[in-house]
Design a protein around this ligand. Structure first.
Ligand SMILES: Cc1cc2nc3c(=O)[nH]c(=O)nc-3n(C[C@H](O)[C@H](O)[C@H](O)COP(=O)(O)OP(=O)(O)OC[C@H]3O[C@@H](n4cnc5c(N)ncnc54)[C@H](O)[C@@H]3O)c2cc1C
Length: 549
C-alpha cells in the first residue's frame, strides 16, 4: 500500500491487487511499530540519535562486513521518508518514547526514540469501507471488539489509581459502546490496524484503485523485462500490463511448505502468525523469473514469537503471541521438556524462540512451558488470561493451561520429571529472594526491566513461584514475519543470480529478504523497512523509462 500510494502521488497509474476481500494482511494484526532510528518524532521529543549509532548497533548485532548496502540506505533515508509520508498522506506517527532496543547491551543501542507507532485512527472516516480493514486477532480485543494499545492497557489496569486514568478508561468504553450500535467492532483503531487504515484512507483519498479478490499468480516477462502480471479473479485470469513495473508485496512465503522446509529450522515450526493468504506466490513467481532468494546469515528464515494455542469460539485453533505482557514479569519461568530453564524469559520474543531452538538441539524444548502461580496470573495475566482473573480453572477446562496444586502434580501432568522441576523452581525462588538470576540474568537488561514490574523489588523481573495452584501454558515457535525472501538492492529492485536488477520488478515487505539478515534489533524491525523500501520502489519506478504502452 505504501508503494501504491507513493507511486500515485508521483503521478503514476497504480493498480493494487489484493487477494482477499480486505486490506491489511498480517500488518493489520500487528503492533504497528516502526523502527526508524533518528526519526523526527523521537528527535522532537528530545531523544538524540544518529544513523552512525544505529549502524554501530546493527554492525554489532549482525556483523559489519558491509555486505548489505540496503542497511545504510535504510538508516540514512528512513527518517526523511517517514517525514515525507506524513506530510503528503494521512499517515501519522507518534514517538514510542522509552522503548529499548532488544539487545540494549550492544554498542550503539538506544533506550528511547527509535520506535514510532501510528496515532490512533478513527475508522468511521472510512465510511462503509471500514469493513475492508482486516480485524486484529480476537484475543487483542477487549469486550469482544475494542482495540487497546500499550498505553490504554496501562490506563485501564490503573483506572482507579488516578482521575486521568479513570477518564481515559471511561472514554474508551463509552466510545466503544456507541460504536457497537452501528459497527461490527470498535472504530478507534490503534497499532497495526491504525497503520493499515491510515494507508487505506490515503489510497482512497488519492483514488488509487484496489481490486479485491484478485490474486497475483505470474509475472509477464518480455525481452528480459517485467512488463506485467497475470492475476486470478472470480471471472478468470487477467493479464495486466505494467508500464513502470510490478511491486511484489504478497506477504512472504509463510504458508508455503517448500520454502518453510528450505529456509526454516528443522523441523520447520508448525505454527505461523501470517494471514492464510500468504502462500509465497510473489516469491515463487519471481524465482521462476530468475530472481535470487536470500536467507541472510542467520539461516533461520523467520523472525519469531512464542505462541500459545487457544480454542476459538468456532472450535478452530488460534495463536496468541507472548510478545510483552507476561514473560518478563516477576514470578514466571520458562522450562523445557525436562524441566530446566533455558533462557532469560524477558528476552525479546525473537531471542526467546532462538533460545528454544538452541535448547532443542540437546533437550526437547518444543513446546516449552511458561510456569507461574495463581498470584502471578491474578496480577499480570498469562497469555489470553487477563490480569485480575480469579477463575483459572475455566482455562484449565478449555485446555489452555495446565494446573497443579503441587509442583509434583503439575510436573506429572506436563510429563516432566517432578524432582527436576521442583529443583528448578526452588533455585529460581532463591534467585528471587536475592534479586539476582545467576543462571540467565533475568532483570539485568533494560528490555527486561522495561517489560517487568517497577514496583517489584529488588528485581522487577523476579519473584518467587510459591502460591498454588501452579499454572503452566505451552508455548510454540511461530514466525511473525519471514526473514528470507527475494534479494533486492537499495531501490527494492529484485536481483537475479548475478546480482543484476530484474528490470521492472520490485519487492517489499516480507517478499523482500529482510535487511536484518535474520536478526531482530528492536520494535518495528519489519514494518520500518517495509514502508521505507515500499517508498523507494515507487520512487525508482517513477523515474524508470516506459517499457510498454
Ligand atoms: C502479532 C504480531 C505483531 C507484530 N508486530 C509488529 C510490529 O509492531 N512491528 C513490525 O515491524 N512488525 C510486526 N509484526 C510483523 C509484521 O506484521 C509483518 O512483518 C508485516 O505485516 C509484513 O508485511 P507484508 O506487507 O509483507 O505482509 P502482510 O501484512 O501479510 O500483507 C500481505 C498482503 O498481501 C495479500 N496477498 C497475499 N498473497 C497475495 C497474492 N498472491 N496476490 C495478491 N495479494 C496477496 C494478503 O492478503 C495481504 O493483504 C507483527 C506480526 C504479528 C503477527
Amino acid at each position: 500500500m505504501t508503494a501504491g500510494l507513493v507511486a500515485s502521488l508521483d503521478g503514476l497509474d497504480v493498480l493494487i491487487c489484493e487477494k482477499s476481500q480486505q486490506v491489511g494482511g498480517t500488518g493489520s494484526t500487528s503492533a504497528g511499530t516502526l523502527w526508524i532510528p533518528g526519526n523526527s518524532a523521537g528527535q522532537a521529543a528530545g531523544f538524540a540519535d544518529s544513523a552512525a549509532d544505529a549502524q554501530s548497533y546493527l554492525n554489532a548485532l549482525i556483523g559489519d562486513d558491509g555486505a548489505d548496502p540496503r542497511r545504510d540506505i535504510f538508516l540514512s533515508e528512513g527518517p526523511g521518508i517517514i517525514d515525507d509520508l506524513t506530510r503528503r498522506t494521512a499517515l501519522d506517527f507518534v514517538s514510542c518514547g522509552h522503548h529499548p532496543d532488544y539487545r540494549n547491551n550492544l554498542p550503539g543501542a538506544a533506550s528511547s526514540g527509535r520506535a514510532i507507532i501510528p496515532a490512533p485512527f478513527d475508522g468511521r472516516l472510512l465510511g462503509k469501507d471500514f469493513a475492508r480493514v482486516r480485524s486484529p486477532i480476537d484475543d487483542y480485543f477487549l469486550l469482544g471488539g475494542m482495540m487497546v494499545g500499550k498505553v490504554d492497557i496501562e490506563r485501564l489496569l490503573g483506572r482507579y489509581q488516578s482521575m486521568e486514568n479513570f477518564v481515559h478508561s471511561a472514554r474508551l468504553v463509552l466510545r466503544y459502546l456507541a460504536d457497537r450500535m452501528r459497527h461490527a467492532r470498535g472504530t478507534r483503531l490503534v497499532m497495526g490496524n491504525a497503520l493499515v487504515a491510515q494507508l487505506y484512507y490515503s489510497l482512497k483519498k488519492n483514488q488509487v484503485p484496489v481490486m479485491f479478490g484478485t490474486a497475483f499468480k505470474e509475472l509477464v516477462v518480455e525481452a528480459g523485462r517485467v512488463t506485467g502480471a497475470i492475476v486470478s479473479t472470480d471471472s478468470g485470469s487477467v493479464r495486466i500490463g505494467a508500464r513502470k513495473g510490478v511491486v511484489l508485496a504478497t506477504g512472504g512465503f509463510a504458508h508455503n511448505p517448500r520454502f518453510r522446509t528450505i529456509f526454516m529450522p528443522d523441523p520447520p515450526p508448525i505454527h505461523s502468525m501470517a494471514v492464510p493468504e500468504n502462500l509465497g506466490e510473489g516469491v515463487e513467481a519471481a524465482e521462476r523469473a530468475g530472481a535470487r532468494l536470500d536467507a541472510g546469515r542467520a539461516q533461520r528464515g523467520g523472525l519469531w514469537s512464542p505462541v500459545s494455542l487457544t480454542r476459538r469460539k468456532d472450535g478452530s485453533t488460534g495463536l496468541y503471541p507472548h510478545i510483552l505482557l507476561d514473560r518478563a514479569k516477576p514470578g514466571l519461568i520458562a522450562v523445557n521438556g525436562v524441566g530446566r530453564r533455558f533462557v532469560n524469559e524477558g528476552a525479546s520474543y525473537h531471542d526467546f524462540v532462538e533460545a528454544m531452538y538452541r535448547s532443542n538441539e540437546t533437550e526437547p524444548t518444543i513446546p516449552a512451558w511458561l510456569i507461574c502461580d495463581t498470584a502471578f496470573v491474578r496480577k499480570y495475566g498469562l497469555g489470553v488470561i487477563h490480569p485480575g482473573t480469579r477463575n483459572v480453572r475455566k482455562f484449565e477446562k478449555s485446555g489452555y493451561v495446565v494446573c497443579g496444586d503441587r509442583i509434583d502434580g503439575l510436573a506429572r501432568k506436563l510429563n516432566i520429571d517432578a524432582g527436576t522441576l521442583a529443583q528448578t523452581i526452588a533455585r529460581h525462588n532463591r534467585f528471587a529472594a536475592k534479586g539476582v538470576d545467576e543462571d540467565f540474568g533475568k532483570g539485568e537488561t533494560e528490555l527486561n526491566r522495561f517489560n517487568g514490574d517497577p514496583d517489584n523489588r529488588p528485581n522487577p523481573c523476579l519473584a518467587p513461584i510459591d502460591s498454588p495452584p501452579f499454572i503452566a501454558v505451552a508455548v510454540w515457535p511461530a514466525e511473525i514475519a519471514c526473514s528470507a525472501g527475494l534479494a533486492t538492492n537499495g531501490d527494492a529492485q529484485v536481483l537475479d543470480a548475478g546480482d543484476r536488477p530484474v528490470d521492472g520488478l520490485y519487492a517489499c515487505g516480507n517478499d523482500m529478504a529482510s535487511i536484518m539478515a535474520g536478526h531482530y534489533p528492536g520494535p518495528g524491525t519489519t514494518l520500518g523497512p517495509a514502508l521505507v523500501f515500499g517508498y523507494r520502489a515507487a520512487r525508482h519506478a517513477a523515474r524508470a523509462g516506459d517499457a510498454v504502452t
